[in-house]
Design a protein around this ligand. Structure first.
Ligand code: SAM
Length: 171
């Protein structure tokens, strides 16, 4: 199981970014996103996507991060530009264990650097939690996220020219 823990979401400023973190988590192979700030709007938006596009992705908001970490029995990865090199760290991660992947928004307190089994950088330049999570999940899953079936009411068929969509939704 892969769980993403999103820290420090500010409802007014970060709603689009956190929505994108959740969408990337879902599409790139994670099972759950935990958001520390209570935000019913994001929860409803993501649940609506899951209802239409399928899968069993779960979202919880208003989660206590320290409680989550204390009760976590798998590995903990914290994505940060200060961390060790992506490829080297992923090769040492046990893919059979549950994984908690922490991403920040504002400055991340030292506690998270200390509790993480791996602080991992996706390059050492500042960029975005969306990009960092996408690249990390791609490497960690060895790109197998692309093969995941979602069995949604809406299915998009790759097509060379225009849109091909199979829909079971009532119109
Ligand atoms: N200034 C903040 C700090 O010092 O912790 C980071 C803010 S950054 C906009 C938000 C999040 O994006 C970070 O907490 C981290 O999870 C992720 N991030 C940004 N650049 C990254 C990189 N090069 N490698 C890994 N994660 C990165």
């Amino acid at each position: 199981m892969i769980v993403v823990l999103r820290l420090g979401h500010r409802i007014d400023r970060d709603k689009r970014i956190t929505t994108h973190v959740a969408l990337v988590a879902r599409a790139f192979g994670a099972d759950v996103i935990l958001i520390t700030t209570k935000d019913e709007k994001i929860k409803k938006n993501i649940q609506a996507v899951c209802k239409r596009f399928g899968g069993n992705f779960q979202i919880q908001t208003g989660v206590d991060p320290k409680k989550t970490i204390k009760s976590w029995t798998g590995s903990i990865v914290h994505l940060t530009m200060y961390g060790e090199e992506l490829e080297k760290a992923v090769s040492r991660l046990d893919a059979t264990r549950d994984l908690l992947v922490i991403v920040g928004a504002e400055k991340v307190p030292p506690y998270y650097y200390q509790v993480a089994n791996f602080n991992i950088s996706v390059g050492n330049q500042p960029h975005s939690e969306v990009a960092a999570l996408a690249l990390f999940l791609d490497r960690f899953t060895k790109a197998t996220w692309q093969k995941k079936e979602f069995h949604g009411n809406i299915q998009i068929v790759p097509w060379v020219n225009g849109k091909k969509v199979l829909s079971k939704e009532k119109t």
